[in-house]
Design a protein around this ligand. Structure first.
Ligand SMILES: [Fe+2]
Length: 409
């Protein structure tokens, strides 16, 4: 090796760790849960590199000095060439506690808060869907969320509008940038996010638009690569339930996108609801296509399948509220049971996904028996679980004012 080449080679060896450190893109930090939200936290980020590497994550209880360090390996993002995902599930955490953390060599501190084991304080959740047509709309709603000290965020599908396609990857960059710049507290606290799948996560939108459909993880990963690789939960087969202590179960469902509504998913839902029903636990389904649409026709194919397959189960197992999306409006239904208004035992369906997308005209509530409210407004829904078992709801517009509020005692 010539002396100059050797010098360059040595310099490269010295610089490489620093170049690699820079490639850890902490603007892609995402928190979620795969198990008990009172004692675990899943932390992940993306690194722009083809090279496998292990990173360290240092975390400590806020206000204390004892630091724990975990190793975080990386996995190639198959559908995102030149990118690797670092993901770790922290376990054995204390409930309702703030932890701070640092990644690898970055000096920047971030934070998260675990959830309580029992509902000893009000728990606030920001719920919505359909997040990114335009960055400025998504940012505006994110900024309103930050004003309400929420514990976490639930998005019912249609996240980046990338349609499962490589040519739309820049939309995922924009989606992560929006979270990083407008959904993070000044002290670095990030809000965990629980997501459901929507048509814009999937090539073709729905399983029935593919002649090649097969019920396999491999097939789902082919048509919705980014949803399955970027989000640890719900994971395969596209639907799952997350249990929060003894007070809440969130059912994240797939409305015909990468898994059919009827059959296996509905059978699973029946058992999962039955196992959790009958106590003080709130059973709350979240999914993309509405059973009770506020913009699209009532007899739409997927909406009808939601009503035929899932609504009878929701009614049988005493669901009180379900979150729907996809129609790009704000809506709240009347309390519904047996396809009629039932003020005593009816279920209220709330939606309809207008976090950061162009809003659409709504059906007229005066002429649509099941609609109590319907408005073409960007918003999120602030749901508060109170220790006495009641639920409060507020629909908060992107300008910050409350356009609707109600409670379930
Ligand atoms: Fe949609």
């Amino acid at each position: 090796m010539k002396p100059l080449t050797r010098k360059l080679f040595t310099a490269l060896l010295i610089l490489l760790p620093f170049l690699e450190a820079k490639a850890d893109d902490l603007t892609t930090l995402l928190l979620t849960w795969q198990r008990d939200p009172s004692t675990t936290m899943t932390v992940q980020w993306i690194r722009t590199s083809n090279r496998p590497a292990t990173r360290q994550l240092h975390f400590w209880k806020e206000g204390e000095e004892a630091t724990q360090t975990v190793k975080v390996p990386s996995k190639a993002l198959k559908a995102w060439r030149g990118h690797r995902l670092h993901r770790v599930e922290l376990t054995g955490l204390e409930p309702d506690t703030t932890y701070r953390f640092r990644v690898h060599k970055s000096e920047r501190e971030f934070a998260f808060r675990t959830l309580p084991k029992t509902l000893s304080r009000p728990l606030r959740i920001a719920v919505g869907g359909d997040t990114l047509h335009r960055r400025e709309w998504m940012d505006a709603v994110n900024q309103q969320v930050l004003k309400h000290d929420v514990d976490f965020v639930v998005i019912g599908g249609d996240l980046a509008y990338a349609d499962g396609l490589e040519r739309n990857l820049s939309r995922w960059d924009t989606w992560f940038e929006s979270l990083h710049e407008t959904l993070i507290y000044p002290d670095g606290r990030l809000l965990p996010m629980v997501v459901a799948i929507g048509n814009h996560e999937v090539q073709g939108g729905y399983f029935f638009s593919h002649a090649t459909y097969e019920n396999s993880d491999k097939w789902r990963e082919r048509v919705a690569p980014y949803f399955y690789q970027l989000f640890a939960f719900p994971g395969h087969p596209g639907y799952n339930v997350l249990d929060f202590g003894d007070y809440l179960s969130l059912f994240m469902l797939d409305t015909d996108h990468s898994h059919p509504i009827e059959g296996q998913q509905t059978e699973w839902l029946k058992e999962a609801l039955a196992e959790r029903a009958g106590g003080k636990r709130h059973l709350i389904p979240v999914y993309h296509v509405p059973g009770w649409p506020s913009h699209r026709p009532f007899d739409g194919r997927v909406s009808a399948r939601v009503r035929e397959n899932w609504v009878p189960l929701f009614e049988r197992f005493d669901v009180q509220v379900a979150f729907e999306n996809h129609d790009h409006t704000y809506k709240r239904t009347e309390p519904i049971r047996n396809e009629a208004i039932d003020p005593e035992r009816g279920i209220i369906y709330v939606g309809d996904g207008a976090w950061g997308v162009g809003t659409r005209p709504t059906h007229d509530p005066d002429e649509t028996w099941y609609l109590k409210r319907a408005e073409s407004e960007h918003h999120f829904i602030l749901m508060t679980l109170n220790p006495n078992g009641s639920l409060d709801f507020k629909a908060i517009r992107k300008e910050g004012d409350t356009i609707d509020s109600w409670e379930i005692p």
